[in-house]
Structures are given as C-alpha cells and as structure tokens.
Design a protein around this ligand. Structure first.
Ligand code: GZL
Ligand code: ZN
Length: 332
C-alpha cells in the first residue's frame, strides 16, 4: 500500500511540474505562458503608442487611457513620436519591467520580429492594436485588433467611382499617403486602386506621403497644386492631411469640395465639421475607440480564455447629410 501511495504522489508532483513548465493548460494559475488569473488591479500592461500625429491618434490614446482607468488595470504608456526605434525601446523597457501584457500600434509593418521574439521568450503576450506587422511568425502576437484598411480604401474608391461614373474625360486624382510603410497607408492605397481601376478615366496623377499630419498634407498639396495642370479630386489617407490640403487649396484661391473634391479616412471631429461645411465631400470612418476591445482581450487572456487571432472594428462612411446627423453625438 505504502509503495503504491508513494508512486501516486510522485506521479502527481511530476504532473504538476509539467503543468508549471509553460506547456500548461492555460487555466493553470501562475503557470509560465499560461493564464496568471491575477486580480485585475494587480495586472500591469505596457502600451507603446505611435505618437500624437493626428486627431485620430489623440482620440485613440484618450480612449485607451480611459478604458484602463475604468477597468482598474495599471497602464504604462509611451509616445514614440512616430519613430520605430522609440517603440522598440519602449517594448524592451516593458519586458525589463516584467509587465503582464504588451500592446502597441506598429508605426510601420516591418522590423518587429526581433523584439517580439524577446517578448515571447520572456513569456509576455503581445497584442497588436490599430496597425499590423508583416511578421510571418504569427505566434509572436496573440491577436491583431483594428480596422480593415483595404476595405476602407475600397469604400473611398467606390464613392469616387460613383461620383464620376459619367465622366467623359480624365478625372485627375492626387493621393496624400499616410506614413510610408505603415499598414494603413499601404492598404488604403491598395483598396482604392483596386476599385478605381474599373474606370480608365479615373487616374492618380500624383501620390506622396504627408505622414498623416495636417502640416504634411498642406505641404504636399501646395507642391501638387504647382506641379499638376489639373486636379479634380484629393484622396487623403486621413482627415488631418485632408484638412491641410484644404488650407493649401484655399490659399491657391480655389474652393475645396467644389473646384477640387476631397475624400478622406478617419471621421474625427474636425474632419466631420469640414464635411458638414462641404469642404470635404465624403469620409470613410476608421474607429480609434479600441480601448474596450483591448481590455476585453486582456481579461480573457488573464482568465485563460481563447482570443480570436483577428478582431476587426466595425465602422461606416459619411456623406455631408450623414455627418450633420452624426456630429452632435460623436465621442471625438
Ligand atoms: C488608422 C491609424 C491612422 C489614422 C491616422 O488606424 O493607424 O494613423 O488613420 C493616424 O489618422 O495617424
Ligand atoms: Zn467642434
């Protein structure tokens, strides 16, 4: 009897050992790589934000900070001023501090594998919010929570195609691109081009990055107004560059929304105001309100529950009429 008990006990210990060595069933509390099942007020999350380049970004930051406050989860927050090296060093510092989770919006798609591997080695799950990375190894992050930027580009293309369906001559389009190498800039250009190629009259005569900022949009638009004999429409990858383009168009003595139509993406407050004023003609929404979904992912991981590998935010589009309706009760 004594011998059997001894064997049983040894077996149980061995089982427990494997359970704590990281290959654990997620529900095993405290197991490395498993679910910590910590009380929420003991969780610490490191967030490496892109910067404060646009109205979208500041709305996104505010929403994330408020969501963590409401959830009672500690947030360490950094602003990388749109520099990848700053985001990488912020992520490294969160690894050093041994946070429970790391979340970030990668300023560009490439160059993340090394630091994400360091987080994985340290058993710190990483959550991508807003923008994606092009890492082939999807085990480097738990989920990508954010918009479908190709779909956003397609929605902009559909409006333009419809607006000019009866055009008999070339419609000259200039494109103000977002940050070079960023997922939204790459995908919004792809989606747009995919749709407008159906009508050979629709031609992108110039395309340049304004880095998602008002100043960038204004500078690029000033140059394009000088270099392009004719511009019928501006497709700006975000409202802020569209607002900068409005300043340049007005300074050139033309009427934005009429002489030169404008289509943008985001639907932040100032963009929606310009849409109600007719200076922008159509806006494709990109929601910055990712905080609640990020908290939900963290709670699920903490409880050892499954999380979808891709969580797409739902968002719509706005005409001038719809903007007038929506503006009074928008959160940002
Ligand atoms: C899109 C986001 C983009 C916004 C810009 O999800 O990454 O970055 O469209 C922001 O306004 O700067
Ligand atoms: Zn206002």
């Amino acid at each position: 009897m004594k011998k059997t008990l001894g064997l049983f006990a040894a077996g149980a210990v061995a089982l427990a050992m494997t359970a704590c060595s990281g290959g654990a069933t997620p529900a095993e509390p405290g197991a490395a790589g498993g679910a910590p099942n910590k009380p929420l007020d003991q969780l610490v999350v490191g967030f490496a934000q892109v910067g404060a380049e646009s109205g979208w970004r500041t709305a996104n930051t505010k929403d994330i900070q408020e969501s963590f406050k409401t959830a009672g989860i500690q947030l360490k927050f950094s602003d990388a001023q749109q520099k990848q090296e700053n985001q990488i060093s912020a992520i490294r510092s969160y690894i050093q501090q041994g946070v429970d989770y790391i979340a970030f919006s990668p300023v560009v798609q490439t160059g993340w594998d090394a630091v994400l591997q360091e987080a994985k080695t340290a058993n710190i799950p990483v959550i991508l919010t807003d923008r994606a990375v092009d890492s082939k190894d999807t085990s480097l992050y738990v989920t990508f929570l954010g918009s479908d930027f190709v779909a956003e580009g397609k929605k902009a293309g559909e409006w333009v195609t419809n607006e000019y369906k009866d055009a008999k001559e070339q419609v000259s389009i200039v494109q103000l691109e977002g940050t070079t190498g960023s997922a939204p800039a790459i995908d919004r250009a792809t989606g747009f081009a995919d749709v407008i190629k159906a009508n050979p009259n629709l031609k992108v005569v110039a395309s340049q990055t304004g880095d998602f900022t008002r100043a960038g949009g204004k500078q690029v638009m000033e140059a394009m107004l000088k270099s392009q004999p004719k511009i019928d429409l501006v497709y700006a990858h975000n409202d802020d560059m569209g607002l900068g383009a409005i300043e340049a168009i007005e300074a050139a003595g033309k009427v934005p929304g009429k002489d030169i139509k404008i289509v943008t993406v985001d639907a932040v407050h100032d963009g929606m105001v310009a849409l109600t004023e007719g200076k922008i003609n159509f806006i494709v929404e990109c929601s910055p309100l990712l905080g609640a979904q990020l908290i939900d992912v963290i709670k699920k991981l903490n409880a050892g529950e499954k999380v979808e590998a891709r969580i797409v935010t739902n968002e719509g589009t706005f005409t001038q009429e719809q903007a007038k309706e929506a503006l009074p009760n928008r959160k940002y």
